[in-house]
Design a protein around this ligand. Structure first.
Ligand SMILES: Cc1cc2nc3c(=O)[nH]c(=O)nc-3n(C[C@H](O)[C@H](O)[C@H](O)COP(=O)(O)O)c2cc1C
Length: 198
């Protein structure tokens, strides 16, 4: 693992106001590693959901990050393409943020940072959360996928035989890390396959 700061992968995590803060917390924990420098943007909607879902305060998320950039700070690093990073995950991604990113509206730092990530052709992974989905949600996801984003709703895998909710969260976080080319020790389908070749 790189001890040299300049070799770290710089990642941005945007947290918007959809349900699912335990997943966000698990993701931030998974990104606590010596090869990652984490930057966080928490929308005001997310702060409200954190309060409503209980148990997690914004400070609980902030302690995992090198910096928490205020959601209205358009002069923060992630607002500019010249501030280099290696990818952004929006987790969870509300339908409101999904729509704003899909139409290129950069009126908050979270939306601007996602827009910049797309224009710089860096990995942008969105974890939308809503159910059921209407046509507008689906069209926005289609549009974002066409623009290069990875749309990755939290859809737990059961082939790993999870026993706890944390097993589900951990596996999904490993799949998110896959999208950024980061290693993890999650259980993988047929990874221990000892069957003879046909
Ligand atoms: C407790 C709570 C849960 C919510 N869950 C969702 C959700 O799962 N998906 C969603 O799209 N919006 C959800 N919302 C609504 C968003 O928070 C709202 O649309 C907000 O304006 C999103 O803004 P943001 O994307 O800038 O955070 C929820 C709101 C609250 C208070």
């Amino acid at each position: 693992m790189p001890a040299d700061e300049s070799q770290k992968r710089r990642l941005v995590v945007g947290v918007s106001g959809a349900s699912g803060m335990p997943l966000t917390l698990r993701l931030l924990q998974a990104l606590q590693r010596p090869d990652v420098e984490l930057h966080l943007v928490i929308s005001s909607g997310a702060k409200r959901v954190l309060r409503e879902e209980g148990g997690i305060a914004p400070e609980d998320l902030a302690r995992y990050a090198r910096a928490v950039h205020p959601a209205d700070d358009m002069a923060a690093g992630p607002a500019s393409g010249s501030w280099r990073h290696d990818g952004m995950i929006v987790c969870p991604c509300s339908m409101s943020s999904l729509a704003a990113i899909a139409c290129g509206a950069g009126s908050t730092l979270l939306h601007r940072a996602a827009d910049v990530t797309l224009k710089e052709r860096r990995p942008l992974v969105l974890v939308p959360r809503e159910t059921p989905l209407n046509l507008i949600h689906l069209e926005n996801m289609r549009r974002l996928a066409a623009a290069g984003a990875v749309v990755m709703p939290f859809m737990p895998a059961f082939y790993t035989r999870p026993e706890t909710i944390d097993d589900l969260l951990r596996h999904f976080c490993g799949r998110l890390l896959d999208q950024l080319g980061l290693t993890s020790d999650i259980r993988r389908w047929r990874d221990d396959d000892a069957r003879p070749r046909p």
